[in-house]
Design a protein around this ligand. Structure first.
Ligand code: GLU
Length: 420
């Protein structure tokens, strides 16, 4: 007998369940629905590369360009052992709605390489990245598809991507990727943008729910770029961060974790392993700690049928893409948990990616304060629009966010017409 675990179920299948719910509310015609549930283009290719010891290995690379109705495709590149075509397709699908719900002139895409970047040297990562970029030369570009960092990729990796593309074009093209180092056309504020957006939305929703920051206990699952920055901003805003985690497990301190100390520890040791500023618990137990705000900031499918009943947060702000399965979402809704969904919860990153793309095209760069101000304005204006739709239609924020996003994409598709 085979048992199916939550992880085995298609990520794209789960993602579509959310889409279908909103599409039914909108009475979308079947043809439009069919178009929106098919990726425009899925590319799979081999990435041969040389290990430092001279041996040759081959990895698999992906790029899925899901939709172009509102502009060039946009979305990150993930380097992780769990990368599959199914996952990259789901992530590209989510990028389509994420860009639309915050009103960016982009479609959706995502890419990835199935590899473990923790076990690759900088030289090996550079060779993989250059080959990955070279394979995509014809289909990416500032007006075609603009990659960015995601789990396992960094500003340095974006720099190698930009350089490889520019070498092939025989001209410098900084706008081909975002999330670059500021010295070569990156934007001030991009590294912190996703975590900043998560905390802006959390504070906005806490105000709405009547939770004073000084009384708020926050748990952040995942301590990478997004989770650590969000934790820092929660602490700076007066909240008590009582739990953090990474692959080494969870760390709980009901008096409040010293976030700056934990960040310095994680940087020095490349993980929180051995961190003593909190009681060590399992990753599963961390999610079930009683708190006011829970921020899943790692990978998909962490809130599932298996633990949803035991989640004791009042508010969940999804910093990861797809952390909640549709079944868990229904359980949490029934329990009255408020969820700020991923497609807007973590949109701060792609908003500042958009600003980076604009700045690269202008060749004129903004102060960090200007970037942060524009980020707050775009994110909160669109979140309030989502809230209006949620109240008017009496649906959760997730459904409302899909409704806003789908309406925008469909309007653009209908204006352009379908070249059939
Ligand atoms: N990988 C990030 C995301 O999932 C950023 C994408 C981007 O900036 O294009 O939203």
């Amino acid at each position: 007998m085979t048992t199916t675990t939550v992880r085995d179920v298609s990520v794209f299948g789960d993602a579509m369940a959310y889409f279908e719910e909103a599409a039914s509310l909108l009475n979308l015609e079947l043809g439009i629905r069919a178009l929106l549930t098919h990726p425009s283009r899925q590319i799979i290719f081999a990435i041969p590369f040389q290990r430092d010891n001279g041996s040759l290995e081959v990895y698999t690379g992906y790029r899925v360009q899901y939709n172009f109705a509102r502009g060039p495709a946009k979305g990150g590149i993930r380097y992780h052992p769990g990368v599959t075509l199914d996952e990259v397709t789901a992530l590209a699908f989510w990028m389509t709605w994420k860009c639309a719900v915050v009103d960016l002139p982009f479609g959706g895409a995502k890419g990835g390489v199935t590899c473990d970047p923790g076990n690759l040297s900088p030289g090996e990562l550079e060779r993989i990245t250059r080959r990955y970029a070279a394979e995509l030369v014809e289909v990416v570009g500032p007006d075609k598809d603009v990659p960015a960092p995601d789990v396992g990729t960094t500003p340095q990796i974006m720099a190698w991507f930009m350089d490889t593309y520019s070498m092939h074009m025989r001209t410098s093209v900084p706008g081909v990727v975002t999330g670059k180092p500021v010295e070569i056309g990156g934007s001030a504020g991009r590294v912190e943008a996703t975590g900043r957006g998560v905390s802006l939305l959390a504070f906005e929703e806490m105000r709405h729910l009547g939770i004073a920051p000084g009384d708020a206990r926050v748990v952040v699952q995942g301590f990478g770029n997004v989770g650590s920055v969000a934790a820092k901003m929660f602490a700076a805003g007066g909240c008590k961060v009582i739990g953090i985690s990474d692959i080494s497990g969870g760390y709980v301190n009901r008096n409040g974790i010293d976030v700056a100390g934990a960040t310095a520890y994680a940087q020095e040791h490349h993980s929180l392993k051995g961190y003593r500023g909190g009681e060590h618990v399992s990753n599963e137990d961390l999610l079930e700690v009683e708190c006011d705000v829970l921020v899943p900031a790692a990978l998909e499918k962490v809130l599932t049928v298996e633990n949803a009943e035991r989640i004791r947060a009042k508010l969940i702000v999804e910093a990861a893409n797809g952390p909640t399965t549709p079944e868990a979402d229904h359980i949490l809704q029934r329990k009255g948990t408020v969820i700020v969904p991923d497609i807007i919860g973590n949109a701060g990153g792609v908003i500042v990616s958009y600003f980076e793309w604009v700045q690269d095209r202008q060749g004129y760069f903004w102060r960090e304060s200007e970037v942060n101000e524009r980020l707050e304005d775009l994110l909160l204006t669109n979140f309030r629009r989502v809230r209006e739709v949620a109240l008017a239609r009496k649906v959760p924020y997730r459904t409302a966010a899909y409704v806003v996003a789908i309406e925008r994409v469909v309007r653009s598709m209908k204006m352009r017409g379908v070249y059939a």
